[in-house]
Design a binder for this molecule. Structure first.
Ligand code: FES
Ligand SMILES: [Fe+2]
Length: 350
């Protein structure tokens, strides 16, 4: 199914910019779920997302400017408040009432974790997902990137949860094709999605080590979580042999086959214990390896579980499909086709 076929995606929160991008107020053109918007911030105020075109003669509002607390259209100078209300039409004499239809449609927008988050539907939750480690003391939080990828947002989310690709896709970093097996793991459903704890063994090329010591192997547990239908959390627990780190992956659907891949990381310990630059260099390489493959995946992402072939190690990505089915209006047929739990789905071992 294409992103545009899943109506409930509009009701989720998406990161669309770094909060620093609005330091000058904007306005910035935004594209989300195939439609344009404009993002701006009044002086001293929070982010505002509105319709993209001026209700007067259709000028692109992102081509205007922000003056104090107002968004000013570039064409005839009409001025709008964060509420969307028009506050000044220069061509009208003072005292003449402003036309009631001179108003912009606005959408919820907030700042969290250094990002601007918006929702262009009816918000399914009160706000963006909570990033647990990013709110705990002792963790350093950083926006790694917001990057346009020529891939479906659903393929990016899927990849974040996928357990069997690293051995092949990440051969240049931590993957080992001689060790393709994913250890058995269980998965628990949570309020927003699910969580799985997966035991792993990797060579010592992790960001914490600072050395490409391929002779040393480290045991760790990968906690993989779908926080809500469109946000993932992954925490690597080293049980004391190295500092933990966590990253949050979000894929903002621009249209059916483009997404903003957004990643926030949280690193445990001090900069000396786990230098961000080292983490970044390693993890940048890993995401580039994913990008090469994901930009060559089919944007049509089947939600009906009978349309694809599944393995036991795909439990996490099977569960993503089940979660997304809930966002499709009239999805009863899909649910039936997919079965209601792992017991009814035929999967091959592995
Ligand atoms: S088109 Fe915006 S003020 Fe005329
Ligand atoms: Fe990957």
């Amino acid at each position: 199914m294409l992103v545009s076929g899943i109506s409930g995606l509009a009701d989720q929160w998406y990161a669309v910019a770094r909060s620093d991008d609005l330091a000058g107020g904007g306005p910035l053109p935004i594209r989300l779920l195939g439609s344009p918007y404009v993002l701006w911030a009044p002086a001293g105020g929070g982010p505002v997302l509105t319709q993209p075109y001026c209700p007067h003669r259709g000028a692109e509002l992102a081509a205007g400017c922000v003056r104090d607390e107002r968004l000013v259209c570039c064409y005839h100078g009409w001025e709008f408040l964060p509420s969307g209300a028009c506050t000044r039409i220069p061509q009208l004499d003072s005292g003449v009432p402003l036309p009631r239809k001179a108003i912009l449609t606005t959408y919820p927008a907030v700042v969290a974790y250094g990002l601007v988050w918006v929702c262009v539907g009816t918000p399914a939750t009160a706000g963006p997902p909570r990033f647990a480690e990013a709110e705990e003391p002792g963790w350093r939080v950083q926006v790694d990137f917001l990057e346009l990828w020529a891939a479906s947002a659903l393929r990016i989310l899927d990849n974040n949860l996928d357990q069997s690709h690293p051995a092949f896709v990440h051969q240049g970093t931590f993957g080992d094709p001689a060790r393709p097996h994913v250890p058995p793991y269980t998965l628990q459903r949570t309020a927003g999605g699910f969580r799985a704890d997966i035991p792993q063994e990797v060579t010592g090329v992790g960001p914490q080590m600072g050395v490409a010591d391929v002779s040393t192997r480290f045991r760790r547990t990968q906690e993989v979580e779908l926080l809500d239908p469109v946000h993932t959390r992954i925490r690597l627990r080293y049980q004391g042999t190295a500092p933990d780190y966590a990253f949050y992956g979000s894929a903002t659907p621009i249209d059916d086959d483009h997404a903003l891949y957004v990643r926030v990381s949280a690193l445990a310990g001090s900069e000396a214990e786990q230098p961000y630059a080292m983490f970044w260099e390693h993890s940048r390489q890993i995401t580039r390896e994913d990008q090469v493959v994901l930009e060559r995946t089919n944007p049509d992402f089947p939600l009906d579980l009978t349309e694809e072939v599944h393995l036991r190690c795909d439990k996490t990505t099977i569960e993503l499909r089940r979660t997304l089915v809930g966002l499709v209006s009239g999805s009863a047929g899909l649910r039936a086709a997919g079965g209601s739990d792992h017991g009814t789905l035929r999967v091959a071992g592995g």
